[in-house]
Ligand binder design. Sequence first.
Ligand code: PLP
Length: 459
Amino acid sequence: MSGSNATNPNSMHQFDSELTDQVFEYMRDRLSMPEVPLDFPGDPKVLAEAISGLIKPEGNPAADVLKLYDEVISRTVVSGDSPRFMAFIPTAPTKAALLFDMIVSCASIQGISWLEAAGAISAENQVLRWMSDVAGLPESAGGTFVSGGSAANLAALTVARDSGRQRLHGGKRLPVRIALSEQAHSSIGNSLGILDVEPLIVKTSGFAMTKADLERALSQLTENDAPVVGVVATAGTTNAGIIDDLVGISEVARANDMWFHVDAAYGGAGLLAPSVRSQFNGIENADSITMDPHKWWFSPFDVAAILYKNPKLAASVHTQDASYLDVLHEDDSLINPTDLAYHLTRRARGLPLWFSVVVNGTKAYSDAVEASISLTNEVAELIRAHDELELVIEPSLSVVLWRRKGWEAKDYRDLQDRLIESQTAFVTPTSWQGETVGRFAFVHPGTTLEMVKEVFANI
Ligand SMILES: *Cc1c(COP(=O)(O)O)cnc(C)c1O
């Protein structure tokens, strides 16, 4: 196909079997790879050069653009779904989820309101209900899917702030605070900044926030401090996989009428793993929970669940009021996904997860999560037995922090470059208590101990 025909404005909307075949062939190729290539970081200048001039009135032959995409653009995107991607938090979408994502795109499936998208919303709600059940949330619970954990946290903390203000200040925009520990994800601090809520940073005596830590922080407040209306606990810190004392924190939250938000963006999938499930006890008391299917629930980017114990309350905070939208709110027994976060138009981005869970069954999910936890334990053993290596802390969930004796920051950074150059792995350093250390995060059930040994062969 070449550029569109200017005389027919509908020409670019007509079925093009050649282009369709080319794209489907590309996808079939990619989907059939036993292990997708890691690929490489890219040089912005080189890339800008490679794509310069492409946007022009008369368009370009699609085959040429696809070739450029394949050979240049896609090669400079490090594949988060490679089993050799062990940095940050990787992703590991199932084939069923990837394929269904194409259907969601192809059919422009949105999930805004019951009026427009009842089918999609029913299916999304079914999988949200399953996630609520694994967390032990009550029947009343409900939520929606947003773009990521950051958006989910912002959505939840907005409700925390507003319900606190409602209770204490009659809804007036007076100062309130929300408590979090230093280990909370950066998006929590950002959200509080956006919301103009002052953080109360809880100093922790160990690595996890405990009941005593939170009580101590609250007891040090003076009469002049703004009231603390909520607390954020983390169920699986991104850097180290650590889970706060959810039972204890929820007790303090209840005793003080505070909103209890659990950020389980990365760790929430651990709920599916019998070997670690008990560490999440107390999560069932949450007023809101963030969980990212694009991390460890095997969905493609970009999708996060925000679950509320009381979705009606969330809707009262987030619903947008506009005359052209009145028709969406005729039946107030139904809660529209659009009313549960800061968004209006939304893709039905929960459907790939729904399809994959329904097709593969929940046991496959539990097994896949357990696989990464077992690998974590095996890697910990490997490190303990290695003369040059040390565990920085005992691993939690599927994150391993390790130290190569005698190494400095630059050595870890050099290792990162060596490993990606040889396509062995993508492994980035982190810092732990001021020290640069090595870090693995595992979520791909295809990541093997052998692959980790290949990393250590480079130290
Ligand atoms: C990843 C993560 C986030 C942010 O999620 P995004 O999907 O990247 O926006 C928030 N909290 C925790 C604990 C995370 O691990």
